[in-house]
Design a binder for this molecule. Structure first.
Ligand code: MN
Length: 423
């Protein structure tokens, strides 16, 4: 049976509302208080399956590598390539099946290898080599353009031709749960004559998907759609924290710099490209047609539900502030990767690509506070009666996402971040 088969069942009970049925098997890196070595695991229901323990016990083997899962990141495993990714996922699926005895009936190994998820501390799943952030939602680019430049210059003339992006900072990509310190920077309110240096006053989030690259390309090499596809290991939720006041002053003419580089959060589980196969859909029609090197034949978007909750500082009731879908992205991840390599830029194992904020045409589908509060002119009403245009110290933001199968869901867990005051 294929590991995506909806009929598969595990000997571990998994609630239908869980993000982690046997059809998912996302990879992460974790440790426990009793065993603080970092190692790779997959999520299954309320458990983490310790793959380093299975490899040490000889239940998972690699032809020319060992200790692949007893590592602090997924990079060594990803470097082995898509054929190994597929074989390994099929083997893990087999070991977890209700009708397969190898692990099911090995009580001693089960005790060592199945860790309750609430005992596991999640670590950064990948060693990020390069971080690039794109700008793939037409609605988001239009909304931001209206606010920064006015209605007549909203969508820049290059936007429909180029998957616009910038190279961000790999050093400040952090795992869910890491506090985000309010940045300081140069601010120049429109009414001020000179800039000042101080804490950001317009701190925002951006709802994005992260694409995890598992194979390298050589400097000077272009990629086809097919090659780019096969280099993608998986996907994660990504919050591209943004300082709007720093951004507004610095972004001309070279684009975002300090406004984006102080923190980017990702969810701890990497959902494999293979697990998302059943949920492939075509993205929006691209008009005008992209240049030949960017044209794609395959359906390269995913029907992936996304939502954002804001828990205001000092409150106990989260507010749902955005509900959208990743299938609304105009430029696909494959097109972004093809474009990034098109000038000969080398792609590395462990590169991370942010999709860009995923907003939709409806108001409830806006993926940033800049859009939700329309640059502060339409503040959110919070349950305690306070108003929010941008994030306050102590505010906590949670993003979730999943694909809905028949009787199960392939989910991402969540990415959470709480704002700490500026130093
Ligand atoms: Mn972004």
């Amino acid at each position: 049976m294929h590991p995506n088969d909806p009929k598969l069942r595990s000997f571990i009970d998994v609630d239908p509302s869980s993000d982690f049925p046997i059809q998912n098997l996302p990879y992460g890196v974790f440790f426990t208080p009793e065993q603080p070595d970092l190692r790779v695991g997959v999520a299954i229901g309320d458990f983490v399956l310790d793959l380093a323990a299975l490899e040490a016990a000889g239940l998972i083997r690699f032809d020319n590598a060992s200790g692949v899962f007893a590592r602090p990141s997924l990079n060594a495993f990803m470097a082995l390539g898509p054929a190994v990714w597929g074989r390994t996922r099929a083997r893990i699926s087999e070991l977890l099946r209700h009708d397969h005895p190898e692990l099911r009936d090995n009580i001693e190994l089960r005790r060592r290898a199945l860790v309750p998820r609430n005992f596991a501390d999640m670590h950064m799943p990948i060693a990020v080599q390069g971080f690039t952030d794109f700008y793939s939602s037409k609605e988001h680019a239009t909304n931001v353009g209206i606010m920064f430049r006015g209605k007549d210059n909203a969508l820049m003339p290059n936007w429909l031709s180029i998957p616009i992006g910038y190279n961000g900072r790999a050093s400040t990509v952090v795992v869910s749960g890491t506090p985000i310190r309010r940045p300081r920077g140069q601010l120049k309110p429109p009414t001020a004559d000179v800039p000042v240096f101080g804490p950001c006053k317009r701190l925002d989030f951006e709802l994005e998907m992260g694409v995890v690259i598992g194979q390298a390309s050589a400097m000077g090499e272009m990629l086809t759609e097919q090659q780019a596809e096969e280099m993608i290991f998986g996907f994660t939720l990504l919050n591209d924290w943004s300082a709007r006041d720093i951004q507004a002053w610095e972004y001309v003419p070279l684009g975002p710099f300090q406004a984006k580089a102080f923190g980017t959060s990702i969810s701890p589980w990497i959902v494999t490209r293979e697990a998302l196969e059943p949920f492939r859909v075509h993205g929006p029609a691209q008009e005008p047609a992209p240049l030949p090197y960017l044209q794609q034949r395959g359906a390269n978007n995913y029907d992936l539900h996304l939502e954002v909750d804001l828990l205001g500082a000092g409150t106990s009731q989260p507010v749902r502030i955005s509900t959208t879908n990743s299938k609304l992205m105009y430029w696909s991840s494959v097109q972004q990767l093809v474009h990034q390599a098109s000038n000969g830029c080398a792609i590395a194992v462990g590169d991370l690509l942010g999709s860009g904020t995923i907003s939709g045409p409806e108001k409830h589908q806006r993926g940033s506070l800049l859009e939700i509060s329309w640059n502060g002119s339409e503040p959110l009403e919070m349950p305690d009666g306070s108003k929010r245009s941008f994030l306050e110290d102590g505010d906590s933001l949670v993003m979730r996402g999943w694909c809905e199968g028949e009787g199960y869901r392939v989910g991402f867990g969540e990415v959470e971040g709480t704002i700490a005051p500026a130093r």
